[in-house]
Design a protein around this ligand. Structure first.
Ligand SMILES: NC(=O)c1ccc[n+]([C@@H]2O[C@H](COP(=O)([O-])OP(=O)(O)OC[C@H]3O[C@@H](n4cnc5c(N)ncnc54)[C@H](OP(=O)(O)O)[C@@H]3O)[C@@H](O)[C@H]2O)c1
Length: 429
């Protein structure tokens, strides 16, 4: 039971991550005590439905109103593993108001409403820890907050969503179309019944927003991040990219360019030899470049019961060692990020245009590219398909604006059979 040698926690949520945490608390109890000199006592477990049979820690009370734990003065740390933007938000606010530190895995809440919650934690001199919110088991929050604190961060990019990565890996390995690969992912439990957040890039954007905050100490409003998911991905483009020596991955990318933050989530072509291109299935990976450390590559499971609970438990144990350093930046209110205009971002591009099989098409397209100063590195005409002849272009560095304008003009000429496909190419050394 609770004593001064115990840290008393209230656990809200006993789903995938919550039950992983309960298992770790049991399996690793000895190591926890060795490392911190204390025991963890779970006083409450909150769930929606208390009638379902649950495996809860000895001595814990099962409740359906998570706010009960914030009214108990004995509870020192509230662990929020319910998800969502409603009750989770209320619980975290009330816990901080009442002097309790919080550990959460809720990236959606922190990305969308985090600034207020981080400010509240700082005002109260409490911790709001969130390692599990970004890339599950990968210790990237701690890495940016502590290990790399002495660096100026130049770039961060990575595969931040395991579901999308699993789907793209399936499409690449078996030539499957998107719909079939999504179904396999759902059947195997790698994708939710409603996969919108994952496949449309929003989950990766939630994590990218938090990474930008950690890397540069700025508030980049989540809703301003340009986001493109993989819903329209075609097996044809994955095969064409492969024939050119590239893999397609859904990347979250952020760089500091001339004092501005260039950031966004989109499918990107990555050279097949790069480590990032070889991150397959449900894995996540993050590449960080700092002015002192050079390049770092973190790789691991971005989700799952025990891997995510491992990050949650690490945060709880840090709190037990009395580390109350809150959110990684000690500023009352972070300045707004100097957001680069996404249209000015420059990159080489992969383009696939499905054209009618007529004379002069290539000349017309080349003319439009020239007008917009787009320089072609490679052009390949692929075998005729049912819906036209695929023309695949690799360009030299071109701005998003020039590419959008050129594609708009090409579409207006009616020489295309369907919408053009355009992905940026990531050049890695
Ligand atoms: N799953 C992962 O691998 C993973 C990875 C990284 C981060 N996360 C984040 O971790 C959090 C939890 O995810 P999860 O996958 O563990 O979710 P989950 O399996 O859906 O579990 C949610 C739990 O919260 C309880 N709950 C929900 N609303 C509640 C309310 N209003 N009052 C009381 N209890 C409530 C549910 O109760 P019932 O059991 O009665 O339904 C359930 O036990 C989310 O923020 C998620 O984004 C998850």
């Amino acid at each position: 039971m609770s004593s001064s040698k115990n840290v008393v926690i209230g656990l809200a949520g006993l789903g995938t991550v919550g039950s992983g945490l309960v298992q770790l608390l049991k399996d690793n109890a000895e190591e926890i005590e060795q490392r911190t000199g204390k025991k963890i006592f779970v006083k409450y477990v909150a769930v929606r439905n208390t009638n379902t049979k649950r495996d809860i820690p000895e001595g814990a009370k099962l409740i359906d109103n998570p706010l009960i734990m914030v009214d108990d003065p004995e509870v020192q740390v509230v662990v929020e593993l319910m998800g969502g933007l409603g009750m989770a938000d209320i619980l975290i606010r009330q816990a901080l108001e009442k002097g309790k530190s919080v550990v959460t895995a809720n990236k959606a809440l922190l990305a969308e409403k985090g600034e207020e919650l981080f400010a509240l934690a700082e005002e109260k001199n409490l911790s709001l820890a969130y390692e599990a919110s970004v890339a599950g088991a990968i210790p990237v929050v701690q890495t940016l907050k502590d290990s790399l604190a002495g660096n100026k961060i130049n770039t961060i990019f990575g595969i931040l969503n395991g579901t999308s990565n699993y789907i793209l890996s399936e499409m690449s390995a078996h030539g499957t179309e998107f719909g079939a690969a999504l179904k396999t992912a759902q059947d195997l439990g790698f994708a939710e019944a409603d996969p919108t957040l994952d496949i449309d890039g929003f989950d990766a954007a939630h994590k990218l927003k938090l990474l930008i905050r950690l890397a540069w100490g700025v508030h980049y409003p989540y809703e301003k991040l340009p986001v493109q998911g993989i819903r329209d991905m075609s097996a044809m483009d994955i095969a064409f990219a492969r024939s050119l020596g590239y893999s397609i991955k859904l990347l979250g990318q952020a760089s500091r360019v001339h004092e501005e933050i260039e950031a966004g989530v989109s499918p990107v072509l990555i050279p097949e030899k790069a480590m990032l291109a070889r991150v397959d299935g449900a894995f996540n990976a993050i590449h960080i470049n700092g002015n002192a450390v050079g390049s770092l590559f973190l790789h691991g499971l971005g989700a799952g019961s025990l891997p995510t609970a491992s990050a949650v438990l690490g945060d709880i144990m840090s709190l037990m060692k009395d580390i109350y350093d809150s959110t990684g930046y000690v500023m009352e209110k972070l300045p707004l990020a100097p957001m680069a205009n996404p249209d000015k971002t420059e990159a080489p591009w992969y383009l696939r245009l499905m054209v009618h099989d007529t004379v002069g098409v290539l000349r017309d397209i080349a003319g439009i590219f020239a007008k917009h100063s787009i320089s072609i590195a490679q052009v390949i005409q692929k075998k005729k398909q049912e819906d036209g002849v695929p023309l695949v272009f690799m360009t030299h560095e071109t701005s998003v604006r020039a590419m959008k304008d050129a594609l708009h003009e090409i579409e207006a000429t009616k020489i295309l059979n369907c919408r053009p496909v355009a992905f940026r190419v990531l050049e890695l050394v």
